[in-house]
Design a binder for this molecule. Structure first.
Ligand SMILES: CC(C)(COP(=O)(O)OP(=O)(O)OC[C@H]1O[C@@H](n2cnc3c(N)ncnc32)[C@H](O)[C@@H]1O)[C@@H](O)C(=O)NCCC(=O)NCCS
Ligand SMILES: Nc1ncnc2c1ncn2[C@@H]1O[C@H](COP(=O)(O)OP(=O)(O)OP(=O)(O)O)[C@@H](O)[C@H]1O
Length: 282
């Protein structure tokens, strides 16, 4: 893999983050027009955060391209500490605001997998991710019930309470929601870039269990409600119709009023954009 190809991979990761934050109006998320239910951040916070991650993605590409072992779990083991470091850099760049924690984890995995795959073209990105993350949920969720409750993250708490595997479950299975929902929607989506990405986001919202949303709502029933909202958007014609867009604008307000966030769905959109850029469909 030459330097040009490595730089292109890093560039696609950074573009994915910047494209996603630029899409609007996004319910429950920061965009250039509104911060929605996130008064502690705006689009500039996301630009600062994105730029702070260049070195991290460069390291992920380096690890993926240089890995020649048989057990790809070791490749994941090599990027996890780099991810922890990247989280520190993100918090330093945003004055302590969590902009991209989920994206650091998920996009770091996909960038690493893509770099590895460029030297192993017989494998799909799904194959590589599944091999890298074998046993992730079992090891991350092991003995959680013995941890002090106040030290648990939102995702860990929801696993204990509802059995939801969240970002780790999605990752371990090779990001099926991105591959089977996000990418096919993006390939088929019509209109300009913003319209295509809005439809892709809403399709992801309709097919995922977003632990960020559940945390903000304090219950799991909100997932079904969000799925119904996404279906209504598409029944009205999605981004292609005035009714669809009017509904989305109203939904944006509802999410803000109810202090609901879609941080996990935003991450799934980021991953879809990244793979879409690699595939040349965006
Ligand atoms: C697994 C990670 C994301 C942490 O999980 P944690 O339990 O702290 O968070 P939690 O489960 O609450 O969710 C984190 C984020 O995931 C995203 N998310 C939520 N739901 C989903 C979903 N269905 N699909 C994809 N992403 C989702 C959201 O952005 C959310 O904010 C990661 O930060 C981690 O492994 N942390 C431990 C320290 C570490 O190793 N960090 C470096 C990672 S390379
Ligand atoms: N445009 C966006 N793109 C990506 N993620 C976004 C966007 N807007 C909001 N988010 C996400 O919102 C989440 C932050 O929400 P929230 O404040 O509920 O999480 P937190 O920082 O983990 O929790 P708390 O603020 O309660 O400590 C982050 O995961 C962030 O990724």
């Amino acid at each position: 893999m030459d330097e040009l190809a490595k730089n292109a991979l890093v560039g696609d990761a950074l573009k994915a983050l910047l494209y996603e934050v630029s899409v609007n109006p996004k319910p429950g998320l920061v965009d250039p027009v509104s911060s929605g239910p996130h008064p502690d951040m705006d689009v500039f916070t996301f630009i600062d955060s994105t730029v702070s991650l260049r070195q991290y993605f460069t390291s992920c590409v380096g690890q993926g391209a240089a890995f020649h072992g048989d057990d790809l779990r070791q490749l994941f083991g090599s990027i996890r500490p780099i991810g922890v470091q990247a989280e520190h850099e993100m918090f330093a760049a945003t004055n302590g605001v969590n902009t991209h924690k989920g994206a650091i984890f998920s996009l770091g995995i996909l960038v690493t997998a893509e770099a590895y795959r460029l030297n192993h073209q017989q494998l799909t990105v799904t194959n590589v991710v599944q091999l890298m993350l074998r046993g992730l949920t079992a090891s991350d969720f092991k003995n959680l019930d013995r941890q002090p409750a106040d030290l648990l993250t939102a995702g860990e708490r929801q696993y204990l309470r509802y059995g939801t595997k969240g970002i780790r479950g999605e990752a371990e299975t090779g990001y099926p929601t991105v591959i089977s929902v996000g990418l096919p929607t993006l390939r088929a989506a019509k209109g300009n870039q913003n319209q295509r990405l809005l439809d892709t986001l809403m399709m992801l919202v309709g097919h995922s269990v977003d632990t960020n949303l559940v945390k903000r709502a304090g219950n799991e029933d909100v997932v079904e409600w969000a799925h119904v909202q996404a279906k209504r958007y598409f029944d009205l014609g999605g981004s292609q119709t005035e009714d669809g867009m009017a509904f989305l604008t109203q939904l944006n307000q509802t999410f803000t009023d109810r202090n609901l966030s879609l941080g996990g769905s935003a991450d799934l959109l980021i991953l879809t954009i990244f793979l879409g850029l690699r595939e040349g469909i965006i």
